[in-house]
Design a protein around this ligand. Sequence first.
Ligand code: ATP
Ligand code: MG
Ligand code: MG
Length: 350
Amino acid sequence: GSTVGILGAGQLGRMLAVAAARLGLRARLYAPEADPPAGHVAPVDRGGWGDAAALAAFAAQVDVVTLEFENVPVATLEILAPLVPVRPGPRALAMAQDRVAEKTFLSEAGAPTVAFRPVDDAASLERAITELGLPAILKTRRLGYDGKGQARIAAPGDAAPALAAMNGAPAVLEAMAPFAREISVVVARGLDGATAAYDPAENVHEAGILRRSAVPAGIYDETRARAQAIAAQIVAALDYVGVMGVEFFHMPDGALLVNEVAPRVHNTGHWTMEACAVDQFSQHVRAVCGWPLGDPLRHCDAAMENLIGDEAADWARLSAEPGAALHLYGKAEARPGRKMGHVTRTSRMA
Ligand code: ATP
Ligand code: MG
Ligand code: MG
């Protein structure tokens, strides 16, 4: 298609729209909020996720619809699907929106996860703690991001406050993974079923928010290949089209457990903009438009650092730093914990 429709208009939508433009395509976004970051680079149709008339008007102006925000209601995709190709489709989105459905799907697809139990009340939490042991981590099943909606349970006395922190929402208790490191694979699957996985990045989170992603990860080639194979297996099992982020815990015994997947371009793949001929945004546009996938080969080492909250106030210094690629998302207000931009530093392959 020649116009790519994107649901959501944050920084990921903005970078997707720029990538579409680079490939000679147009982008058009759909989002409920006023003045979103992607609105600076492409037109945004403003409307609610349940507004069937506004969605139909949007569908009429685009050739394919994709998403940059994983909490778009599945019902929105179901409204759009009879009108225009939607990639990825409702099934992948529904799976990724519910941590219980996600972990169940992953285990069935041959991608092991941490042990988990659904939690709805104090009794099911107590049972889950008995079965999984402590420490553990309680998370809302839906709508969590950047570590929001999570509470750690180190001792039995933490259980009641953790449950209260869920605000009555359905939750899941996960065994705490004593990982050696966190890695992620950004994988793409084309309309023809071909897959292409970027090199795993090694990720550091602070307070639940991604701080830094670096390639290469400190892992053996065998581990890299295994992580890429698991990621490819996940997208194949879903008959997925587009880019997906797959987050792993690399365990001290070598096991790779999938933490979660994101049915979209991923913060841990931003390094591909400087280190690959075809970055994750171009790759996603290629996939959803039915183009051949690009080569995910990496041509340098790279480290990406998020600029969170007031850290982007430092932009003048970063913009003067030799070799640093600065990206700013055009967000007016620097709230604490808000991703305002990122900087990627590259170096010759070690
Ligand atoms: P995002 O979608 O922004 O990546 P999220 O809110 O969905 O984040 P998770 O990825 O589930 O959150 O968790 C955030 C971080 O918290 C993980 O990357 C990891 O560092 C830590 N964490 C989460 N679950 C576990 C676990 N079971 N064991 C150990 N650490 C965990
Ligand atoms: Mg998540
Ligand atoms: Mg995560």
